[in-house]
Design a protein. Structure first.
Length: 336
């Protein structure tokens, strides 16, 4: 039996493999289910017990040699094929496209907004998406009968151990409250994140969207600083030639309040464009500061909130918010 194994080893060693056909012939002759190596192992029962260890080692040596010979020949032929260029091959042609993933357009817009506020000196704060009534409404100067507390606008989850409503946060303003409770002024931070509203889905509204809010609390903060910060953001986000306007607004947690619009020029030749609101802002109401034990006689501040979807729609001329959530590859691949 050892002579037969030695003879098979010599066959494997002397086998010439010059092309893919010979490689396949080698595989069929030696490594296939009906090949010589497998046939060799099938004769193991003929070996006396005292010789099985020695014969088994010899068989494994031949098997490993055959597999190594096959692998090395296959790799060599693949290298030779890759290097064998024909005179008709045009090496200047671009390679086949390699499909790569990319960030979602909302993520891209969010990251760009974060980078702008980094440049303006703001840090980033985060908080839970399920909030209690105090942080989501009461501390932000929402009276008990405010329409935003109505179930048509808010997703109510359950009552907590203090019999307070737990809700899916309707804005990222609760993060401002938590930050003021945990940190002494000065505070200069933005609060990006997802928010939820119990609204009917339409081209302009969705029950889930993203916000970037901001809070600046310090001594002697003025509305002039708020205006300058908002104008700086608009120019950095939309370009120095952006058309914008600031107008009075109303929010329970700021007084006075401002809203900012940006001029949106459409691609429709019959439509010159229109003003679109991008954010609401204002000076932090003294009642909000009192709710978190900050002295409104010593500190003032401003805050604002803006929708990431609205910014992205303006940047990319998108007229339907729902397309962000449809996961249509034809839409998403435009943002590689």
């Amino acid at each position: 039996m050892l002579d037969d194994i030695a003879s098979l080893k010599e066959e494997v060693t002397n086998y010439s493999i010059a092309n893919k056909d010979e490689l396949e012939s080698f595989r069929l002759e030696f490594l296939s289910r009906n090949g010589k190596v497998q046939d060799m192992f099938s004769r193991m029962s003929e070996i006396p017990n005292e010789k099985k260890a020695e014969v088994g080692r010899a068989m494994n040596e031949v098997k490993n040699l055959a597999q190594q010979t096959f692998d090395e020949a296959k790799a060599r032929l693949e290298r030779e094929e890759a290097a064998d260029l024909d005179a008709t091959d045009d090496i200047t042609l671009p390679a086949a496209p390699y499909s790569l993933g990319s960030y979602h357009p909302l993520t891209q817009t969010m990251e760009e907004m974060k980078n702008i506020f980094y440049r303006l000196g703001f840090s980033i704060a985060d908080g839970p998406e399920i909030e209690d009534d105090f942080h989501n409404f009461t501390a932000l100067n929402f009276p008990p009968n405010h329409p935003a507390r109505d179930e048509q606008d808010t997703f109510f989850v359950e009552k907590n151990e203090n019999d307070q409503d737990l809700v899916m946060r309707t804005h990222t303003s609760p993060v401002q409250i938590r930050l003021m409770q945990e940190q002494e002024p000065p505070i200069r931070s933005i609060m990006p994140g997802r928010v939820y509203r119990n609204e009917a889905v339409s081209p302009k509204s969705y029950f889930l969207f993203h916000q970037v809010e901001a809070l600046y609390i310090d001594t002697d903060v003025s509305i002039a600083e708020l205006k300058e910060t908002l104008i700086s953001f608009a120019k950095l986000m939309f370009g120095s030639d952006v058309k914008y306007r600031l107008r009075p607004g109303y929010f329970p947690f700021t007084e006075p309040s401002l809203e900012m619009d940006v001029w949106w020029e459409t691609n429709n030749p019959n439509d010159d464009g229109k003003w679109l609101e991008i954010l609401g802002s204002g000076m932090v109401d003294p009642n909000v500061l009192k709710a978190v034990n900050i002295d409104p006689e010593e500190y003032t501040g401003f805050a604002w909130g803006m929708g990431v979807e609205r910014i992205a729609m303006l940047r990319h001329q998108i007229d339907d918010i729902r397309i962000f959530y449809n996961n249509d590859v034809r839409f998403l691949e435009q943002f590689h």
